[in-house]
Design a binder for this molecule. Structure first.
Ligand code: COA
Length: 136
């Protein structure tokens, strides 16, 4: 996963970041193709709110529905943890991810100016109300 991060993000999570997340008890799911990791999603929750912290699909595995399957899966897990609403941040220019999230019912609810580094860019905050999505 850290290798995919380095390939995909300008400001990637390290292997240690993933290990700390796992040790901290976050929700963590991996899509595999045989022994190969094709993608992953990381989320956490507190009370009735959840947040998707990370999502990545290896470039060679994209446009096969893995990203959508991972997000649907983790939203289902959050719903089972009695989460009512889930949030995430995404780069404003990240059309692929924004289309994916919007196709799953996420809507824009805010913006964090200059939130990302390398390059500096605003984050758009998206939210989905789990009771309002029919696919869970
Ligand atoms: C965003 C990402 C996770 C999508 O993964 P994926 O497995 O290719 O996505 P899916 O095949 O499930 O596609 C689901 C939908 O997302 C949208 N989408 C995905 N890639 C797209 C692209 N390159 N351009 C436009 N829309 C795209 C489409 O609406 C697509 O539905 P469709 O195939 O029916 O048209 C992947 O491109 C990725 O890892 N990007 C880099 C990391 C990243 O941006 N993570 C999110 C950070 S918030």
């Amino acid at each position: 996963m850290a290798a995919i991060e380095r390939e995909v993000f300008a400001d990637p999570w390290s292997a240690n970041d993933f290990q700390e997340c796992v040790a901290g008890g976050v929700l963590f799911s991996v899509a595999t193709d045989g022994a190969v990791v094709g993608g992953y999603v990381v989320a956490h929750h507190a009370a009735d709110e959840g947040e998707i912290l990370n999502l990545g699909v290896a470039p060679g595995h994209r446009r096969r529905g893995i990203g959508r399957a991972l997000v649907r899966h983790v939203l289902g897990e959050l719903a089972r943890c009695t989460v009512k609403v889930a949030f995430l941040e995404v780069r404003e220019s990240n059309t692929a991810a924004r289309r994916l999230y919007e196709s799953l019912g996420f809507v824009g609810v805010g913006r964090r100016p200059r939130y990302y580094r390398r390059p500096v860019e605003d984050a758009v905050i998206l939210r989905v109300t789990l009771a309002q999505v029919a696919y869970l």
